[in-house]
Design a protein around this ligand. Sequence first.
Ligand code: UDP
Length: 331
Amino acid sequence: MKVLVTGGLGFIGSHTVVQLAKRGHKVVIVDNLSNSREDVLTRIEEITGIKSKLFIEDATDEASMRRIFEASSFDGVIHFAGLKAVGESIKKPIEYYYNNLVSTMVLSKLCIEFGVEKFVFSSSATVYGNQPSPLSEIMDLKERTNPYGETKAISERILTDAAKVNLGFSVCLLRYFNPIGAHESGLLGEDPRGIPNNLMPFITRVANRDIEKLTIFGDDYDTEDGTCVRDYIHVVDIAEGHIAAIENMGKGVSVYNLGTGKGTSVLELIETFKKVNGVDVPFVIGERRPGDIAVCYADPSKAYKELGWKANKSLEDMVRDAWRFEVNNNQ
Ligand code: UDP
Protein backbone atom coordinates (compact mmCIF):
# COMPACT_ATOMS: atom_id res chain seq x y z
CA MET A 1 0.00 0.00 0.00
CA LYS A 2 0.96 3.63 -0.37
CA VAL A 3 0.10 5.45 2.83
CA LEU A 4 0.05 9.13 3.73
CA VAL A 5 1.07 9.56 7.37
CA THR A 6 0.40 12.96 8.94
CA GLY A 7 2.46 13.69 12.04
CA GLY A 8 4.84 10.98 10.82
CA LEU A 9 7.84 12.46 12.65
CA GLY A 10 6.07 12.51 16.02
CA PHE A 11 6.23 9.94 18.81
CA ILE A 12 3.65 7.41 17.62
CA GLY A 13 3.84 8.50 13.96
CA SER A 14 7.56 7.79 13.62
CA HIS A 15 7.26 4.30 15.13
CA THR A 16 4.35 3.58 12.79
CA VAL A 17 6.33 4.73 9.74
CA VAL A 18 9.07 2.25 10.74
CA GLN A 19 6.60 -0.64 11.01
CA LEU A 20 4.88 0.32 7.72
CA ALA A 21 8.23 0.39 5.90
CA LYS A 22 9.20 -2.97 7.43
CA ARG A 23 5.97 -4.47 6.06
CA GLY A 24 6.83 -3.18 2.59
CA HIS A 25 4.36 -0.29 2.47
CA LYS A 26 5.37 2.99 0.84
CA VAL A 27 5.07 6.01 3.08
CA VAL A 28 4.69 9.72 2.45
CA ILE A 29 5.01 11.86 5.58
CA VAL A 30 3.43 15.22 6.32
CA ASP A 31 4.66 17.00 9.43
CA ASN A 32 4.78 20.68 10.41
CA LEU A 33 7.61 20.09 12.94
CA SER A 34 5.61 21.85 15.66
CA ASN A 35 6.51 19.15 18.19
CA SER A 36 9.03 17.03 16.26
CA ARG A 37 12.42 17.29 14.60
CA GLU A 38 13.43 16.82 10.99
CA ASP A 39 16.32 14.48 11.90
CA VAL A 40 13.73 11.86 12.92
CA LEU A 41 13.50 11.16 9.17
CA THR A 42 17.19 10.20 9.07
CA ARG A 43 16.71 8.00 12.11
CA ILE A 44 13.79 6.21 10.48
CA GLU A 45 16.04 5.64 7.47
CA GLU A 46 18.83 4.32 9.73
CA ILE A 47 16.45 1.73 11.20
CA THR A 48 14.65 0.67 8.02
CA GLY A 49 17.14 1.43 5.25
CA ILE A 50 14.31 3.24 3.48
CA LYS A 51 13.99 6.97 2.95
CA SER A 52 10.40 8.13 3.06
CA LYS A 53 9.27 11.29 1.31
CA LEU A 54 8.66 14.17 3.73
CA PHE A 55 6.52 17.26 3.18
CA ILE A 56 6.98 19.92 5.84
CA GLU A 57 3.43 21.20 5.72
CA ASP A 58 0.49 21.75 8.01
CA ALA A 59 -2.34 19.27 7.69
CA THR A 60 -4.87 22.09 8.17
CA ASP A 61 -3.64 23.75 4.96
CA GLU A 62 -6.04 22.49 2.32
CA ALA A 63 -4.13 23.89 -0.69
CA SER A 64 -0.88 22.18 0.38
CA MET A 65 -2.64 18.91 1.17
CA ARG A 66 -4.40 19.02 -2.18
CA ARG A 67 -1.05 19.30 -3.98
CA ILE A 68 0.16 16.18 -2.14
CA PHE A 69 -3.00 14.25 -3.06
CA GLU A 70 -2.64 15.39 -6.68
CA ALA A 71 0.97 14.23 -6.89
CA SER A 72 0.42 10.67 -5.51
CA SER A 73 -2.26 8.08 -5.42
CA PHE A 74 -2.76 6.80 -1.86
CA ASP A 75 -4.42 3.63 -0.63
CA GLY A 76 -4.80 5.04 2.85
CA VAL A 77 -4.19 7.89 5.26
CA ILE A 78 -3.10 7.55 8.88
CA HIS A 79 -3.83 10.83 10.61
CA PHE A 80 -1.67 11.48 13.68
CA ALA A 81 -0.95 15.19 13.30
CA GLY A 82 -2.53 17.16 16.11
CA LEU A 83 -2.08 19.01 19.36
CA LYS A 84 -2.15 16.67 22.34
CA ALA A 85 -1.48 18.36 25.67
CA VAL A 86 -4.59 18.19 27.84
CA GLY A 87 -3.61 21.12 30.13
CA GLU A 88 -2.63 23.35 27.22
CA SER A 89 -5.93 22.60 25.51
CA ILE A 90 -7.80 24.20 28.41
CA LYS A 91 -5.73 27.37 28.04
CA LYS A 92 -5.82 27.44 24.21
CA PRO A 93 -9.17 25.92 23.19
CA ILE A 94 -9.44 27.63 19.81
CA GLU A 95 -5.97 26.42 18.72
CA TYR A 96 -6.94 22.87 19.70
CA TYR A 97 -10.34 22.88 18.01
CA TYR A 98 -8.93 24.58 14.92
CA ASN A 99 -5.88 22.35 14.46
CA ASN A 100 -7.41 19.02 15.33
CA LEU A 101 -10.77 19.47 13.63
CA VAL A 102 -9.73 21.33 10.49
CA SER A 103 -7.00 18.79 9.71
CA THR A 104 -9.51 15.94 10.07
CA MET A 105 -11.98 17.70 7.79
CA VAL A 106 -9.39 18.66 5.17
CA LEU A 107 -7.94 15.14 4.97
CA SER A 108 -11.27 13.29 4.94
CA LYS A 109 -12.63 15.67 2.29
CA LEU A 110 -9.58 15.06 0.07
CA CYS A 111 -9.75 11.30 0.62
CA ILE A 112 -13.33 11.28 -0.60
CA GLU A 113 -12.51 13.55 -3.54
CA PHE A 114 -9.46 11.52 -4.62
CA GLY A 115 -10.94 8.08 -3.93
CA VAL A 116 -8.62 7.18 -1.02
CA GLU A 117 -10.44 4.32 0.65
CA LYS A 118 -8.90 3.90 4.09
CA PHE A 119 -8.63 6.44 6.89
CA VAL A 120 -7.06 5.45 10.21
CA PHE A 121 -7.52 7.99 12.97
CA SER A 122 -5.53 8.62 16.16
CA SER A 123 -8.18 8.76 18.81
CA SER A 124 -7.88 8.47 22.55
CA ALA A 125 -9.35 6.69 25.55
CA THR A 126 -10.36 10.14 26.84
CA VAL A 127 -13.43 9.94 24.57
CA TYR A 128 -14.95 7.48 27.08
CA GLY A 129 -15.01 10.18 29.79
CA ASN A 130 -15.23 8.99 33.39
CA GLN A 131 -16.70 5.46 33.30
CA PRO A 132 -15.74 2.23 35.05
CA SER A 133 -12.88 0.25 33.47
CA PRO A 134 -12.33 -1.97 31.58
CA LEU A 135 -13.47 0.39 28.85
CA SER A 136 -15.06 -1.29 25.88
CA GLU A 137 -15.96 -0.04 22.41
CA ILE A 138 -19.63 -0.88 23.00
CA MET A 139 -19.89 1.79 25.74
CA ASP A 140 -21.47 5.14 24.99
CA LEU A 141 -19.06 8.06 25.07
CA LYS A 142 -19.36 10.33 28.12
CA GLU A 143 -18.61 13.99 28.60
CA ARG A 144 -14.95 14.97 28.22
CA THR A 145 -13.28 17.24 30.74
CA ASN A 146 -11.06 19.19 28.32
CA PRO A 147 -10.99 20.54 24.74
CA TYR A 148 -8.32 18.02 23.66
CA GLY A 149 -10.62 15.07 24.43
CA GLU A 150 -13.50 16.91 22.80
CA THR A 151 -11.51 17.31 19.54
CA LYS A 152 -11.02 13.53 19.46
CA ALA A 153 -14.71 12.81 20.08
CA ILE A 154 -15.83 15.39 17.47
CA SER A 155 -13.29 14.07 14.93
CA GLU A 156 -14.66 10.56 15.46
CA ARG A 157 -18.15 11.91 14.80
CA ILE A 158 -17.13 13.81 11.65
CA LEU A 159 -15.39 10.74 10.21
CA THR A 160 -18.29 8.45 11.13
CA ASP A 161 -20.84 10.73 9.47
CA ALA A 162 -18.64 11.06 6.37
CA ALA A 163 -18.16 7.29 6.04
CA LYS A 164 -21.91 6.66 6.38
CA VAL A 165 -22.70 8.52 3.18
CA ASN A 166 -19.51 7.88 1.21
CA LEU A 167 -19.45 4.16 0.70
CA GLY A 168 -15.95 4.07 -0.81
CA PHE A 169 -14.53 5.78 2.30
CA SER A 170 -13.84 3.58 5.34
CA VAL A 171 -12.71 4.78 8.71
CA CYS A 172 -10.91 3.03 11.54
CA LEU A 173 -10.89 4.87 14.88
CA LEU A 174 -8.06 3.76 17.16
CA ARG A 175 -8.47 4.73 20.81
CA TYR A 176 -5.07 4.82 22.45
CA PHE A 177 -4.58 4.25 26.13
CA ASN A 178 -1.16 5.45 27.47
CA PRO A 179 1.62 4.92 24.91
CA ILE A 180 5.11 5.01 26.44
CA GLY A 181 8.51 3.40 25.74
CA ALA A 182 10.66 3.91 22.67
CA HIS A 183 12.17 2.06 19.73
CA GLU A 184 14.63 -0.56 20.96
CA SER A 185 17.37 0.99 18.77
CA GLY A 186 17.32 4.04 21.06
CA LEU A 187 16.90 6.22 17.96
CA LEU A 188 13.20 7.04 18.25
CA GLY A 189 11.25 7.98 21.33
CA GLU A 190 9.20 10.62 23.07
CA ASP A 191 11.03 13.93 23.00
CA PRO A 192 8.59 16.68 23.94
CA ARG A 193 9.68 20.29 23.71
CA GLY A 194 9.99 22.07 27.06
CA ILE A 195 8.65 20.62 30.30
CA PRO A 196 6.91 17.31 29.63
CA ASN A 197 3.19 17.01 30.37
CA ASN A 198 2.95 13.25 30.47
CA LEU A 199 4.21 10.99 33.21
CA MET A 200 6.79 8.85 31.38
CA PRO A 201 8.85 11.65 29.76
CA PHE A 202 8.70 13.45 33.10
CA ILE A 203 10.13 10.37 34.86
CA THR A 204 13.00 10.07 32.36
CA ARG A 205 13.87 13.77 32.74
CA VAL A 206 13.92 13.44 36.54
CA ALA A 207 16.03 10.26 36.34
CA ASN A 208 18.35 12.19 34.05
CA ARG A 209 18.52 15.05 36.61
CA ASP A 210 17.22 17.59 34.12
CA ILE A 211 14.34 18.13 36.50
CA GLU A 212 14.82 17.86 40.26
CA LYS A 213 11.76 15.84 41.21
CA LEU A 214 8.45 14.48 40.04
CA THR A 215 5.16 15.52 41.60
CA ILE A 216 2.65 12.70 41.85
CA PHE A 217 -0.74 14.27 41.29
CA GLY A 218 -2.63 12.87 44.28
CA ASP A 219 -2.35 9.73 46.40
CA ASP A 220 -5.88 9.73 47.79
CA TYR A 221 -7.70 8.11 44.85
CA ASP A 222 -9.81 5.01 45.37
CA THR A 223 -7.09 2.64 44.10
CA GLU A 224 -4.85 0.12 45.83
CA ASP A 225 -2.00 2.56 46.58
CA GLY A 226 -4.03 5.78 46.19
CA THR A 227 -2.37 6.89 42.93
CA CYS A 228 -4.12 6.84 39.53
CA VAL A 229 -4.17 3.69 37.44
CA ARG A 230 -3.56 3.76 33.68
CA ASP A 231 -3.10 1.25 30.87
CA TYR A 232 0.49 1.86 29.71
CA ILE A 233 1.30 0.33 26.34
CA HIS A 234 4.58 0.12 24.42
CA VAL A 235 4.67 2.55 21.48
CA VAL A 236 5.88 -0.24 19.14
CA ASP A 237 2.78 -2.27 20.06
CA ILE A 238 0.65 0.80 19.27
CA ALA A 239 2.47 1.18 15.94
CA GLU A 240 1.75 -2.50 15.15
CA GLY A 241 -1.91 -1.78 15.91
CA HIS A 242 -1.95 0.69 13.02
CA ILE A 243 -0.48 -1.87 10.64
CA ALA A 244 -3.11 -4.41 11.72
CA ALA A 245 -5.80 -1.74 11.25
CA ILE A 246 -4.85 -0.51 7.79
CA GLU A 247 -4.22 -4.04 6.51
CA ASN A 248 -7.38 -5.62 7.96
CA MET A 249 -9.99 -2.90 8.48
CA GLY A 250 -13.41 -3.59 7.04
CA LYS A 251 -15.74 -1.34 5.09
CA GLY A 252 -17.57 1.47 6.87
CA VAL A 253 -16.64 2.53 10.39
CA SER A 254 -14.72 0.42 12.88
CA VAL A 255 -13.49 1.30 16.36
CA TYR A 256 -10.76 -0.37 18.40
CA ASN A 257 -9.09 0.16 21.74
CA LEU A 258 -5.31 -0.06 21.65
CA GLY A 259 -4.37 -0.99 25.20
CA THR A 260 -2.97 -3.95 27.13
CA GLY A 261 -5.96 -4.49 29.41
CA LYS A 262 -3.70 -4.15 32.45
CA GLY A 263 -3.78 -1.23 34.88
CA THR A 264 -0.63 0.14 36.53
CA SER A 265 -0.53 2.85 39.20
CA VAL A 266 1.76 5.89 39.08
CA LEU A 267 3.75 4.49 42.03
CA GLU A 268 4.07 1.06 40.38
CA LEU A 269 5.36 2.64 37.18
CA ILE A 270 7.97 4.66 39.10
CA GLU A 271 9.07 1.60 41.10
CA THR A 272 9.36 -0.55 37.96
CA PHE A 273 11.39 2.18 36.25
CA LYS A 274 13.78 2.43 39.21
CA LYS A 275 14.21 -1.32 39.54
CA VAL A 276 14.73 -2.13 35.85
CA ASN A 277 17.05 0.81 35.14
CA GLY A 278 18.86 1.07 38.47
CA VAL A 279 18.31 4.83 38.73
CA ASP A 280 16.56 7.00 41.26
CA VAL A 281 13.40 9.02 40.60
CA PRO A 282 12.83 11.45 43.47
CA PHE A 283 9.18 12.42 43.90
CA VAL A 284 6.78 14.27 46.17
CA ILE A 285 3.06 13.86 46.54
CA GLY A 286 1.10 16.88 45.34
CA GLU A 287 -2.47 17.94 44.70
CA ARG A 288 -4.73 16.08 42.29
CA ARG A 289 -4.53 17.32 38.70
CA PRO A 290 -7.89 18.73 37.55
CA GLY A 291 -9.64 16.45 35.07
CA ASP A 292 -7.80 13.23 36.06
CA ILE A 293 -9.87 10.12 36.63
CA ALA A 294 -8.82 7.42 39.11
CA VAL A 295 -8.73 4.38 36.87
CA CYS A 296 -8.57 3.92 33.10
CA TYR A 297 -7.72 0.68 31.33
CA ALA A 298 -8.88 -1.06 28.18
CA ASP A 299 -10.79 -4.11 27.23
CA PRO A 300 -8.53 -4.83 24.21
CA SER A 301 -10.31 -8.04 23.11
CA LYS A 302 -12.09 -6.59 20.06
CA ALA A 303 -8.85 -5.65 18.28
CA TYR A 304 -7.55 -9.17 18.87
CA LYS A 305 -10.72 -10.84 17.63
CA GLU A 306 -11.14 -8.72 14.53
CA LEU A 307 -7.64 -7.51 13.60
CA GLY A 308 -5.52 -10.25 15.17
CA TRP A 309 -3.63 -7.57 17.13
CA LYS A 310 -2.61 -7.58 20.77
CA ALA A 311 0.08 -5.87 22.79
CA ASN A 312 3.14 -8.07 23.35
CA LYS A 313 5.63 -5.98 25.29
CA SER A 314 5.84 -5.81 29.07
CA LEU A 315 6.01 -2.87 31.46
CA GLU A 316 9.70 -3.74 31.94
CA ASP A 317 10.27 -3.40 28.16
CA MET A 318 8.53 -0.01 28.22
CA VAL A 319 10.59 1.52 31.03
CA ARG A 320 13.87 0.04 29.75
CA ASP A 321 13.34 1.36 26.22
CA ALA A 322 12.19 4.79 27.44
CA TRP A 323 15.33 5.15 29.54
CA ARG A 324 17.62 3.95 26.74
CA PHE A 325 16.21 6.65 24.47
CA GLU A 326 16.68 9.32 27.14
CA VAL A 327 20.29 8.26 27.81
CA ASN A 328 21.10 8.17 24.08
CA ASN A 329 19.60 11.53 23.33
CA ASN A 330 19.56 13.82 26.30
CA GLN A 331 22.74 13.23 28.28
N1 UDP B 1 1.06 12.20 36.55
C1 UDP B 1 1.72 12.56 37.71
N2 UDP B 1 2.74 13.47 37.61
C2 UDP B 1 3.13 14.03 36.42
C3 UDP B 1 2.44 13.66 35.25
C4 UDP B 1 1.41 12.74 35.35
O1 UDP B 1 1.41 12.07 38.80
O2 UDP B 1 4.04 14.87 36.43
C5 UDP B 1 -0.03 11.20 36.62
C6 UDP B 1 -1.37 11.73 36.15
O3 UDP B 1 -2.06 12.34 37.21
C7 UDP B 1 -2.04 10.45 35.67
C8 UDP B 1 -0.88 9.57 35.19
O4 UDP B 1 0.29 10.15 35.76
O5 UDP B 1 -2.65 9.79 36.75
C9 UDP B 1 -0.74 9.56 33.68
O6 UDP B 1 -0.74 10.89 33.23
P1 UDP B 1 -0.40 11.28 31.73
O7 UDP B 1 -0.46 12.78 31.63
O8 UDP B 1 0.88 10.64 31.32
O9 UDP B 1 -1.52 10.59 30.86
P2 UDP B 1 -3.14 10.67 30.92
O10 UDP B 1 -3.57 9.48 31.67
O11 UDP B 1 -3.53 11.95 31.55
O12 UDP B 1 -3.52 10.57 29.49
